[in-house]
Design a protein around this ligand. Structure first.
Ligand code: NAD
Length: 168
């Protein structure tokens, strides 16, 4: 199945990724898996406020979704996120020690942890390489938009013209 890009209200996804925001649960259940179990296995990459929220959104759909792997640069962030997600969705979390990944390259292990879909919710500077790795591995992707949004900058408006001071 080739990925398609579908913007959602909060983040941006390819394929069925918009379901992470609870938008297309039925589509997710039908289309992610070509064969095998109906359970959609998700990895969360970037376990801050948005990542935790996005995972809870994804696990709150009617579709058979499980969070099975997590990555954050820092272990304490991963642990606190897991605790918050488990408190909200206790039956939908299966993240044993061997599927908790830290450090800067941990996202590669999370993508490779037998998942169908990844939620990319870390700092935007790391997003391109994480997105590339996920797409190359054939995963569905939900990713947070950059926040705050950057205003468009054109060559004609750069560098900005200094404003004249009030006093001459
Ligand atoms: N907070 C919002 O309301 C909001 C809204 C829309 C989009 N966003 C975007 O979502 C992203 C995350 O926002 P947040 O509020 O969760 O920030 P946050 O600081 O709470 O979380 C970011 C997490 O990413 C982790 N991290 C740092 N480097 C990493 C790496 N290389 N790989 C994986 N994880 C790494 C941090 O340890 C932290 O746990 C940002 O890109 C932000 O621009 C945030």
């Amino acid at each position: 199945m080739s990925p398609k890009v579908n913007p959602s209200s909060q983040g941006t996804g390819n394929g069925t990724a918009a379901a992470a925001a609870g938008i297309t649960a039925v589509t997710l259940a039908r289309s992610v898996h070509a064969a095998g179990s109906d359970v959609v296995r998700i990895a969360l990459i970037g376990c801050g406020g948005r990542g935790t929220g996005a995972a809870i959104n994804a696990l709150s759909t009617k579709a058979p979704v499980r969070l099975v792997a997590m990555h954050d640069a820092f272990r304490d962030r991963l642990d606190s996120s897991l605790k918050a997600i488990q408190a909200r969705c206790p039956d939908r979390v299966d993240v044993p020690e061997e599927r908790k990944f830290t450090g800067l390259d941990g996202y590669l292990h999370a993508i490779d942890a037998g998942v169908d879909m990844v939620l990319l919710c870390g700092p935007p500077g790391f997003r391109p390489m994480q997105f590339e790795a996920a797409v190359k591995a054939g995963k569905h992707v939900f990713m947070e938009n950059r926040w705050p949004p950057m205003p468009p900058v054109s060559a004609a408006s750069w560098p900005p013209t200094p404003k004249p001071s009030a006093k001459a």
